[in-house]
Design a protein around this ligand. Structure first.
Ligand code: NAX
Length: 327
């Protein structure tokens, strides 16, 4: 076995945290050869609940779980950490405008970015799950100038997995028969799940389904799935979100399959006309360590318009957080 790796989960007492921690501790994220030291960061009133979760983690007697730390101090939680899963965020309350939401989250992600910058391990990798994920990731990244920008990513993987499942159901095939799916843009209702590049049987899926279904059913079903889950369950996606976070970090650390790619929100290098510096959904590969944006895909007019619309929203959010002095 390898040396133990410190993994920090923020919002650890929340519902995604509850679905996530046990899978990390069991080795499903970093691998069965890697012991983990868990650090649970919560706000003070939720520390007791986090202790309860920690008691259950202890009661699982996971062979790979070396230690559990519970704290409301970001400096301590991020000290020496190699993987930071930023799940805790401020949800949009009734009557809350986007500016209020961004500023409330700035109060969380700005100091967390700074704490990561000061104390995280050399090999730190950060995944932002808490919404608005892309902009929260940008705030954290911009406040951590000493950490390479490509170590920050925002979660598009739940949307990606939703898109795989919807396409597989439509074609009557297994999700494992579908490859090269991409979620472009923002993790929001404007996201563009791309069936033009997604493949089944070596061919574009867009060529194998009706145009009406692609535009009128597939895209809205994937983009509005979060709302549909809330309506059905009475609570937002938790287990599927945790699963996506596990998948994301697993692909990042262990690599993506040869010939395939996945989706992640990463800092744009200007590819595909997406302004440099924005954290946008892209097709990405990893050979085990760093995300790399898949280059030179041909973008048709329909995809161009969809990508541009979602990126315009990211630009607005970035301008708003800039105005608020968060970046
Ligand atoms: P919960 O409200 O159940 O849990 C959030 C937890 O974060 C709470 O325990 C809260 O005390 C904690 N928290 C708040 N501020 C904190 C801070 N400054 N430091 C540490 N912890 C803090 O929400 P949950 O359902 O777990 O969702 C968490 C976040 O994930 C939300 O922002 C949600 O919108 C987002 N999601 C993102 C998804 C994605 O695909 N990127 C999908 C699922 C999910 O909706």
């Amino acid at each position: 076995t390898k040396a133990p790796v410190k993994v920090t989960v923020t919002g650890a007492a929340g519902q995604i945290g509850y679905a996530l921690l046990f899978r990390i501790a069991s080795g499903q994220m970093l691998g069965l050869d890697t012991p983990v030291k868990l650090s649970l960061l919560e706000i003070t009133p939720a520390l007791r609940a986090a202790e309860g979760t920690a008691m259950e983690l202890t009661d699982c007697a996971f062979p790979l779980l070396e230690s559990i730390e519970i704290t409301d101090d970001a400096t301590r939680a991020f000290d020496g950490t190699s993987v930071a899963l930023l799940v805790g965020a401020r949800p949009r309350g009734p009557g809350m405008e986007r500016g209020d939401l961004l500023s409330a989250n700035g109060g969380i992600f700005k100091p967390q970015g700074a704490a990561l910058n000061n104390g995280a391990a050399e090999d730190i990798r950060v995944l932002v799950v808490g919404n608005p994920a892309n902009s929260n990731a940008l705030i954290a990244q911009q406040n951590a100038p000493d950490i390479p920008a490509n170590r920050f990513s925002a979660m598009m993987r739940l949307d990606h997995n939703r898109a795989l499942a919807q396409a597989a159901q439509k074609l009557g095939v297994s999700v494992s028969d579908i490859s090269n799916m991409t979620i472009w843009g923002n993790h929001s209702a404007t996201q563009y799940p791309d069936l033009v590049h997604a493949q089944f049987g070596g061919r574009s899926i867009a060529e194998q389904v009706e145009r009406d279904w692609l535009e009128g059913t597939f895209i809205p079903t994937v983009a509005k799935r979060g709302a549909a889950i809330i309506e059905a369950r009475g609570a937002s996606s938790a287990a599927s979100a945790a699963n996506a976070a596990i998948d994301h970090v697993h692909s990042w650390v262990h690599g993506t399959a040869e010939g395939d790619w996945t989706s992640a929100g990463v800092v744009s290098d200007g590819s595909y006309g997406i302004p440099e510096g924005l954290i946008s959904g892209f097709p990405v590969t990893s050979t085990g360590g760093d995300w790399e944006i898949v280059s030179d895909l041909e973008i048709d007019d329909f995809s161009r318009a969809r990508i541009d619309a979602s990126v315009a929203e990211l630009v607005e959010e970035r301008d708003a957080i800039r105005e608020l002095g968060l970046i």
